[in-house]
Ligand binder design. Structure first.
Ligand code: ZN
Ligand code: ZN
Length: 198
């Protein structure tokens, strides 16, 4: 069975899936801020272009709930991130757009048995890349400078649509990420200003 585990091994999500759904590269300030926050607490140091890995929210079982915590960057944030309170790996990210059918995690910021080498569909929010960043931007991927601009979002949504495949989730069966979030209960709100350094 495939799984996602934190780096210290206390938290584990067992998945009923054979492969990941899609990957993206994201330069947005929120992904970076979240990863900088966990890094400051003891998690792995992020780079400026993290790889986002999307999977069906098709969960067999999970363990280490007592070590799982959830946070949002600020009031009104859409993304909720689950991390391990001991090693500050980020295990999963929820967003309303995922409809509780899929969730996301950051490659290298947790461990997984899944093959995450799938080529990213795009690079998003390149305008957020810090000035002077030394990251090498892959030249063979569609680039979206700022998805908050409606025309870019529309184009990006069309790309997602074109590269979509059906979810492996059947109605009412199995555990989904929201079940874990419900069990964690409290969501910590960090009250960080957008783009503010940690
Ligand atoms: Zn851990
Ligand atoms: Zn992002």
């Amino acid at each position: 069975m495939n799984k996602i585990t934190c780096h210290c091994g206390r938290c584990c999500i067992n998945l009923k899936i054979e492969k990941i759904y899609r990957t993206l590269i994201c330069a947005c300030e929120d992904c970076r801020q979240a990863l900088e926050w966990t890094h400051k607490k003891g998690g792995l140091k992020p780079n400026d272009l993290p790889k986002l890995v999307y999977v069906d929210s098709n969960i067999e079982s999970f363990s280490g709930l007592e070590n799982m915590r959830a946070f949002q960057l600020r009031k009104g944030s859409k993304s909720t991130r689950i991390y391990c309170k001991e090693c500050f790996s980020i295990l999963a990210v929820d967003h309303p757009n995922y409809n509780n059918e899929r969730f996301m995690f950051f490659e290298n910021h947790c461990s997984t048995t899944l093959d995450t080498s799938l080529k990213p569909n795009a690079i998003t929010y390149l305008d957020h890349l810090p000035e002077g960043s030394k990251e090498i931007i892959p030249g063979d991927l569609p680039q979206y400078r700022d998805l908050d601009k409606p025309d870019q979002w529309e184009e990006f949504a069309a790309l997602l649509e074109k590269t979509a495949s059906p979810s492996s989730i059947r109605e009412g069966k199995g555990i989904r990420l929201h079940n874990i979030l419900d069990k964690i209960g409290h969501i910590e709100v960090l009250n960080l200003e957008p783009g503010a350094p940690i």
